[in-house]
Design a protein around this ligand. Structure first.
Ligand code: HEM
Length: 485
């Protein structure tokens, strides 16, 4: 493992925000930054579009055109070496405690490599994610969404004002497993709404057809995990474990600086994750199925195309990326709509706006807020000299709100034409799951609006965001809904 050398910046001239500015450094700390990063982005864009943060130990890039440059120019801004830089922030004596973390990040995966190795890995995965192949999943996404909304409506009876949004809210048990197991289908098997929409007295449903539920636990989390699980071949009974392991990956990799306790938790999670995957791989080797894992196992067995350790590392990457992010699209998007009731009403009246609205919601509060790279040479970007081997974070969430690129960037407007946000990144690492995420987001919003004639935030709602600078998402989103029909 090689450690990237971190080199500080030269002195700045007058008139610009100084690197390491005390107020900005303070504002970059969670929970302030992770609760609302947008004022910090605005200040950085205006006063220091390329800024050295001693707290992050990285250069931060905030201006839209520069963020695009970092994401696209892989020859200069490399995906190789970030993990060893990040690990270099951990105390040396922690290493014996985190052997699995060290081993995992030593292995190449699709996100931590550049062309040509990246091209080979990407080609192996991309067949499963072409827009045409993803479009064939629409029926399944509807079926799973319908079933989850059935559960929400049946279990989410109105417990009266102020009911807390604990883990036992509608649709899930406290361990994240579903309450019933109707084989992943809605009652009608095609995603049509269950009888509960007609307010006919299902158990737990309030007299006036009112339900209270946590959108994250009831829909935003289980829908993407079910879909990536189906594609990859992870059974429903294993979803709760997948959630636990993925949370540890997201917490460690998405924090601003590497934390020893998160590295320890990740070590345990990765050891379990890898043991589980080894079992699945052995099974598929014996009995291949029609899933992505069987295709990848075949690629390993055919020789040169995929090494077994690459298969493990890339699978872990795909499995967590395949759901944690889309959960945040559904959660952040719903919150944004509830805070802009005029936009919500517009979508109810004109559902044909939904595909564009998904892009606007991705732009407005991006589920992934940054990409991270290491410079491969001395480079001048935005007037700043950054030496070779330096970590750079480029804020996608800031690019999406840059007034140089967007008219009224801080307004949510579901009728905005031609929205192409930076939320899926750019260049060779552009999100491979973008078509699936868009499909799941569109159907989730569509069926939520169909199922509920009214949706509001639960009384006393206080937004609690995960303290994560990369993956922006709510811990819970307690809602109150009145069933349609
Ligand atoms: C709204 C949901 C999603 C968002 C906002 C999102 C965002 C991103 C971003 C920004 C990147 C680029 C990272 C970089 O340049 O370093 C990325 C890459 C990736 N995403 Fe997503 N993603 C989402 C959903 C998904 C889904 C559903 C899957 C899988 C089914 C997925 C799998 C991946 C993979 C494997 C990569 C690495 C691609 C590569 O390095 O070539 N993502 N995603």
């Amino acid at each position: 493992m090689t450690s990237a050398t971190v080199v500080g910046p030269p002195d700045l001239g007058p008139g610009t925000l100084a690197d390491g500015d005390a107020a900005i450094e303070q504002a970059l700390h969670p929970p302030s930054f992770t609760t609302d990063p947008y004022p910090v982005y605005a200040r950085l864009r205006d006063e220091a579009p390329v800024y050295w943060s001693p707290y992050f130990g990285q250069w931060l890039v905030a201006r839209g055109e520069l963020v695009v440059e970092v994401a696209r120019q892989w020859e200069i801004f490399s995906s190789v070496g970030w993990d060893s830089f990040f690990m270099s922030q951990l105390p040396e004596d922690l290493r014996p405690e985190i052997p699995t973390v060290i081993d995992h990040f030593r292995t190449v995966n699709i996100s931590t490599t550049d062309p040509p190795v990246h091209t080979r890995l990407r080609r192996l995965l991309s067949k499963a994610f072409t827009p045409r192949r993803i479009a064939t999943l629409e029926g399944r996404v509807r079926a799973v969404t319908g079933r989850l909304l059935d559960d929400v409506c049946e279990g989410g009876g109105d417990g009266g004002p102020g009911e807390p949004a604990g883990d036992n809210w509608a649709g899930r048990n406290s361990d994240g497993r579903q309450r019933d197991s109707r084989n992943g289908e809605s009652r009608h098997g095609d995603g049509r709404q269950g009888d509960s929409r007609h307010g006919d007295g299902h158990p737990g449903q309030g007299a006036a057809g009112q339900v209270s539920f946590d959108l994250i636990a009831g829909l935003a989390y289980p829908l993407p995990v079910a879909m990536i699980g189906e594609l990859y071949g992870v059974g429903e009974s294993d979803h709760a474990d997948l959630k636990r392991w993925s949370k540890a990956v997201v917490a460690y990799t998405g924090s601003s600086v590497a934390h020893p306790h998160l590295a320890r938790e990740l070590d345990t999670a990765l050891a379990e994750f890898r043991a589980y995957l080894r079992g699945l791989v052995a099974e598929r080797r014996q009995r291949p199925r029609d899933d992505l894992l069987s295709d990848l196992v075949a690629a390993v067995d055919e020789g040169e195309r995929l090494a077994e350790d690459e298969l493990m590392a890339t699978s872990i990457n795909l499995l967590f990326a395949g759901h944690e992010t889309t959960t945040n699209l559904i959660g952040n998007g719903t919150l944004a709509l509830l805070r802009h009731p005029d936009q919500l009403d517009l979508l109810r009246r004109r559902p044909e706006l939904l595909p564009g609205a998904v892009e606007e919601l991705l732009r407005y509060d991006s589920p992934v807020q940054r990409v991270r790279r290491i410079t491969t040479c001395d480079i001048n970007i935005g007037g700043r000299e950054i030496p070779k081997g330096t970590p750079v974070t480029a804020f996608l969430g800031s690019a999406n709100r840059d007034p140089a690129d967007w008219d009224r960037p801080d307004e949510l407007d579901v009728t905005r034409p031609d929205v192409f946000p930076m939320s899926f990144g750019g260049g060779p690492h552009y999100c491979i799951g973008a078509a699936l995420a868009r499909l799941e987001g569109r159907i989730a919003f569509e069926m939520l609006l169909e199922r509920f004639a009214e949706l509001t935030l639960a009384d006393g709602f206080e937004n609690r965001w995960h303290p994560n600078v990369a993956f922006r998402g709510l811990v819970e989103l307690p809602l109150r809904g009145v069933l349609a029909g």
